[in-house]
Write a protein that binds this ligand. Structure first.
Ligand code: ADP
Ligand code: MG
Length: 396
């Protein structure tokens, strides 16, 4: 998956289109978390340092109707970017047209323009999200080269990534994109062994593709979270009131057969009578009693998983081990985080929105080699799928 990066092309004096991920949380027009803007800085600064003219654009939230546009302008993002860069950033409240073209033509080397939320184009026939060819062509016409640094949307073919690239404009990856491909790609395709995958979260149905892709690649696959109980049912173990996907039980059986002893299921669960942090908890080995639901892996499972993890050289983790949002059911996820934090010589990667949030919330974010910024995109990369946004970047 060797792709050209921003370091492989000449940027001096060029109009550089940069698809960034500025999809930040906003409340009443105020940015509540600017992590994504900061994460885009290395690529932006590089373009400016090289003497390029940066034309930045991104989606922000979902926009389907005219009313949806309220509170989804990139204007506050452009302001914050100006502060972070310590230089003037011109914001154009349009996604096309004369004002935008003039602003771009007036750019000096090292200058920055941010234009409006690409999804504002969705109000009129979903042009961005449906990869309208004319829109992609138009945006491509505004620049000389295209840098795609938005990994989070790489699993979608939109006008602002695939549309622009498919016009034939030189297309390269930014630093964020490069990092994601490198870490997730290498972990899955050429892992240092043993490679241990940890899969959890709510449902098997979300993770089937990942499990199937990783069975031949991983040395061990540890299962936790809500999907445990669909596997339990497949093995004829009682699950009480636990989450189960009845229509996925046969598939779970198949996965158990295919994976053999690579697949490791929890040996105990932390349970409660209700999906609540306010009721007493119990620990059960194997079967979950009829009036209980399994909401976290139990202490023996944490020990079992920690033991397997201690020799790992590559760890890929997707999906929390329990309902970590409630303190009563966070210990399994914390235990696995601790086991990973103890590894000194391993590449450890988290992909998945909630898993990344869990690691951050529980205070382990800095213990991982890489926390993926793209939930859906990292999942699809773990599934071994080709991401259209990535495929559209020129090969080295
Ligand atoms: P990710 O976003 O990392 O891919 P998922 O979205 O698949 O993860 O799953 C995360 C959710 O799974 C969390 O909100 C968590 O509360 C829930 N979950 C974990 N374990 C259980 C369980 N035993 N029962 C019900 N929900 C669970
Ligand atoms: Mg999720």
């Amino acid at each position: 998956m060797a792709k050209k990066t921003v370091q492989d092309i000449d940027l001096k004096g060029k109009k550089v289109l940069v698809r960034v991920d500025f999809n930040v949380p906003l409340k009443d027009g105020v940015i509540t978390d600017d992590t994504r803007i900061k994460a885009a800085l290395p690529t932006i600064k590089y373009v400016l340092d090289q003497g390029g003219k940066a034309i930045l654009f991104s989606h922000l939230g979902r926009v389907k109707t005219e009313e949806d546009k309220a509170g989804k302008s990139l204007a506050p993002v452009a302001d914050r970017l100006g502060e972070l860069l310590g230089k003037e950033v011109t914001f154009v409240p349009e996604t096309r047209g004369e004002a935008l073209e003039t602003a771009i033509n007036n750019l000096e080397d090292g200058g920055v323009v941010v234009f409006e939320n690409t999804r504002f184009e969705d109000v009129d026939g979903k042009k961005e999200s449906k990869n309208d060819a004319d829109l992609g062509k138009y945006w491509a016409s505004l620049g000389d080269v295209f840098v795609n640094d938005a990994f989070g949307t790489a699993h979608r073919a939109h006008a602002s990534n695939v549309g622009i690239a498919s016009t034939g404009i030189p297309t390269v990856a930014g630093f964020l994109m490069e990092k994601e491909i490198k870490f997730i790609g290498e972990a899955v395709e050429e892992p240092k062994r043993p490679m241990v995958a940890i899969l959890g979260g709510a449902k098997v149905s979300d993770k089937i593709g990942v499990i199937e892709n990783l069975i031949p690649k991983a040395d061990k696959i540890l299962i936790g979270g809500g999907m445990t109980y669909t596997f339990y049912r497949a093995k004829g173990i009682e699950i009480g009131k636990s989450l189960v996907e009845a229509d996925k039980v046969d598939l779970a059986k198949e996965l158990i057969e295919k994976a053999g002893d690579k697949l490791v299921l929890p040996v105990d669960s932390v349970t409660a009578a209700e999906f609540s942090n306010e009721v007493p908890t119990e620990v059960h080995e194997g079967a979950v009693p009829a009036d209980q639901m399994g909401l976290d892996i139990g202490p023996k499972t944490v020990e079992l998983f920690a033991n397997i993890l201690k020799d790992a050289k590559t760890v890929v983790w997707n999906g929390p081990m329990g309902v970590f949002e409630m303190s009563n059911f966070a210990k399994g996820t914390i235990g696995v985080c601790e086991a990973i934090a103890n590894l000194t010589d391993a590449t450890t990667i988290i992909g998945g929105g909630d898993s990344a949030a869990a690691a951050e919330q529980l205070g382990f974010a800095d213990k991982f080699t890489h926390i993926s910024t793209g939930g859906g995109a990292s999942l699809e990369l773990l599934e071994g799928k080709e991401l259209p946004g990535l495929a559209a970047i020129n090969d080295k």
